[in-house]
Design a protein around this ligand. Structure first.
Ligand SMILES: Nc1nc2c(c(=O)[nH]1)N[C@H]1C(S)=C(S)[C@@H](COP(=O)(O)O)O[C@H]1N2
Ligand SMILES: [Mo]
Length: 324
């Protein structure tokens, strides 16, 4: 199976259109599982490949159309989701206990439309777009992920926030049955995150509900998770059940648990080192030749993760060393 996978990678470098590449690859993986290779997959910490339902009517966009996505298996087996374990391979092994459907989202705070909403109230199928984004983890590795999602601005507009809403706060599900590691005080639970309203309304910010054209695998934050490509990965809170519109800057899990290392903004910035390591470079995980970041090639980290042209204006006049 690994040898075949390699062949497909080789074919890619010789001209297969990128967009088709991961779909073909995914089809291959699906059929490989059907042919009895499935027994080999758990050894790699893999999910059931092909188990996710394909999403229909997803609008293709120009976002990232020149980028080569990381492989499906790396995106879905090299994860951070501490509710299911602290190793990169834990979420794909353990997140089967999460039940993403049905799903309820509670909206509160300074908005005209508050209360309990179903998944379908929040996610409108005709608004689904594909966005291929560079993603940079604060740990010093990165991936290119083809997300499917809805621009967060479209969701926010429907909730009609008032002028008092300066920030938006998010919470992950709190359920020790579905998220077994919440029995242990690894982090303060539930995981929480927030954005300034203008960051939340920025066209790059999406609520993602899928990857590679299919529904979100549990380990990637099913059924919906935030994606903010110019910020470190931990801002991308997974399995969101609460959204609130607030006046003051809300807490964010990592900045509360380790405030001298992680700030509220967490914009990718090669000029601001983490207290324990440099942020000047990153290892780009392509997924070829091994999933681990250890095998990945080092590249220069770009200001705002390469999205400076789009987002630098949000921070004009701010000292980004202070507001890290
Ligand atoms: N609820 C929750 N959300 C989370 C995390 C987590 O542990 N719990 N990890 C964050 C971190 S550190 C990263 S890098 C991204 C990883 O997303 P991915 O596994 O889909 O690549 O999710 C973020 N969202
Ligand atoms: Mo991360």
């Amino acid at each position: 199976m690994l040898i075949k996978t390699k062949n497909i990678s080789d074919a890619k470098s010789s001209e297969i259109v990128q967009q088709d590449f991961y779909y073909n690859r995914r089809k291959f993986l699906t059929s490989a599982a059907g042919l009895g290779c499935a027994a080999l997959l758990p050894a790699l910490g893999s999910p059931a490949f092909g188990a996710q339902k394909p999403l229909k009517n997803v609008q293709k966009t120009a976002w990232g159309d020149k980028l080569q996505p990381t492989t499906f298996d790396a995106v879905t087996t090299y994860n951070n989701f501490y509710e299911f374990g602290t190793l990169k391979s834990d979420p794909s092994k353990n997140a089967h206990t999460l039940k993403p459907h049905p799903w309820t989202i509670e909206v509160s705070g300074h908005a005209d439309k508050t209360g309990k909403f179903s998944y379908g109230d929040i996610i409108k199928p005709h608004q689904l777009e594909e966005r291929i984004y560079r993603m940079r983890c604060v740990e010093g590795w990165s991936m290119v992920i083809p997300w499917v999602g809805v621009p967060l601005a479209k969701i926010i507009k429907r909730l009609e926030p008032t002028s008092k809403a300066k920030y938006i706060a998010f919470e992950t599900l709190l359920d020790r049955q579905q998220m077994p590691l919440q029995k242990f005080p690894i982090l303060p639970w539930p995981y929480v995150e927030g954005l300034r309203m203008d960051e939340a309304m920025h066209p790059l910010t999406i609520m993602a509900i899928g990857v590679f054209g299919s529904e979100m695998p549990n380990q990637n934050g099913a059924p919906m998770r935030l994606v903010v490509p110019w910020k470190y990965g931990f801002k991308g809170i997974k399995s969101i059940v609460k959204i609130s519109f607030v006046e003051k800057q809300p807490p964010s899990t990592w900045s509360v648990s380790t405030p001298h290392e992680y700030g509220f903004y967490s914009n990718v910035n090669p000029e601001v080192d983490h207290p324990r390591w440099s942020q000047k470079r990153e290892r780009l995980i392509t997924g070829e030749g091994g999933f681990s970041a250890l095998f990945a090639k080092k590249i220069e980290t770009k200001m705002f993760n390469g999205y400076a042209e789009e987002v630098a204006g949000l921070y004009a006049g701010m000292d980004l060393k202070k507001n890290f």
